[in-house]
Ligand binder design. Structure first.
Ligand code: NDP
Length: 343
């Protein structure tokens, strides 16, 4: 690709992204990050809230012909300015919009969790394959240096890995929130924030879990609020060679940590899953990495995958793997029995 003397990619060569769903994550994180990306930029929006449009036009210079609502979304197929559609909707709509974007011939980034069932994830992968478009998941932490460090620990950097442990909890008490309604969220904190602990367990271990060893729902202290989704859940994943990874998540408090023990080292990240300000210690010494814009790096990596026709580091198959694990955790919690996974 051509570059200017400053090393920047010329604007006309950047890929155009359209954000679908202009909620908190789009507005506060993804759109600002798209001001920092080198290989892609914000060109389009898809929204069901016309009152939001003036802000986006003013802040990001979105042109009228790049603004869609959910009903005319299919028209994006003929828009050559949009290369990538980024789905930032409630979880239950991820599959529907991925299928529609793929049919429109657009590459897709879909937020986590990829979907609310294994079947939906499989359909999303099939649709993208069939339409020759790429599918990536919004797993931003793969692009954070603290988490990239974590990825080496399972590969014996500190001797044989023994145990991983994590918690990601977020206080959420608004009964009207879509995250508290199963039909929109597909589940509770496990789908929303626990998924980060599952992800981190897999990339720390560098292997697939062979089973959910045990799982249990926590006590429900606010039955009025947590009516259709769990308030909290705890689980233990079993990896090959006796490595275990325990995780907890809840909507009734805040917590944010990941720790591990190996034969010759212990480490801890806290906060671990934040957009910035991650702090880490290894054998009591502070880990030191520069702040990065996780979302900008994540979107640029996907744009690079499109531009150079290579696989993204966070493909749909990874999203499917994780939803399969989440469903197995729910099954283990509901039945009280272990559930086999990748054996
Ligand atoms: P919000 O509730 O803030 O925004 C969701 C947006 O989706 C709404 O603003 C709305 O946009 C649109 N929407 C369409 N239908 C509905 C509906 N029935 N109910 C509510 N909203 C609807 O959610 P977030 O931005 O926090 O989360 C969106 C997705 O992003 C989720 O899948 C979440 O898991 C993921 N996420 C990922 C993060 C990460 O770090 N990777 C962090 C936060 C969220 P409009 O008005 O434009 O139509």
């Amino acid at each position: 690709m051509e570059k200017s003397a400053s090393g920047a990619v010329p604007q006309q060569h950047k890929l155009g992204i359209a954000l679908v769903g202009l909620g908190t994550y789009s507005k506060e994180q993804l759109a600002p990050a798209l001001k920092e990306t080198k290989y892609c930029e914000l060109r389009g929006i898809v929204t069901g809230s016309p009152e939001k449009i003036p802000y986006w036009k003013e802040e990001y210079g979105i042109k009228d012909h790049n603004i869609y609502h959910y009903d005319n979304f299919e028209e994006i197929a003929s828009n050559n300015e949009i290369d990538i559609v980024y789905i930032v909707l409630p979880n239950s709509q991820h599959a529907n919009y991925t299928l529609r974007a793929a049919k429109a011939g657009k590459h897709v980034i879909c937020e986590k969790p990829m979907a609310i069932s294994v079947r939906e994830c499989e359909e999303m992968i099939a649709a993208c394959t069939e339409n020759h478009v790429k599918l990536g998941i919004g797993y931003r932490l793969h692009f954070d240096p603290f988490h990239q460090q974590v990825m080496g620990w399972g590969q014996g950097q500190h001797g044989k890995l023994e145990k991983i442990s994590g918690e990601h909890s977020m206080l959420l008490e608004d009964p009207a929130a879509w995250r508290l309604q199963r039909k929109f969220a597909g589940g509770g904190p496990l789908m929303d924030v626990g998924i980060y602990v599952v992800q981190a367990s897999c990339y720390t271990a560098g292997q697939l879990p062979i089973a959910v060893k045990e799982a249990s729902f926590g006590e429900v202290t606010h039955p009025d609020i947590y009516q259709t989704v769990e308030q909290s859940i705890h689980w233990t994943l079993e990896f090959p060679d006796g490595v275990t990874a325990s995780g907890t998540c809840s909507y009734a408090k805040d917590a944010d940590l990941l720790s591990g023990t190996a034969a010759s080292g212990t480490w801890k990240l806290e906060p671990a899953y934040a957009y910035n300000g991650i702090k880490g210690q290894i054998n009591g010494e502070r880990m030191d990495f520069p702040e990065v814009n996780q979302q900008a790096l994540q979107m640029d990596e996907f744009a690079g995958a499109v531009l150079h026709d290579r696989e993204t580091k966070v493909p749909g198959e990874m999203g499917l793997r994780d939803v399969r694990i989440l469903m197995a955790i729910y099954e283990a919690a509901e039945t009280g029995n272990p559930v086999s996974l990748y054996q």
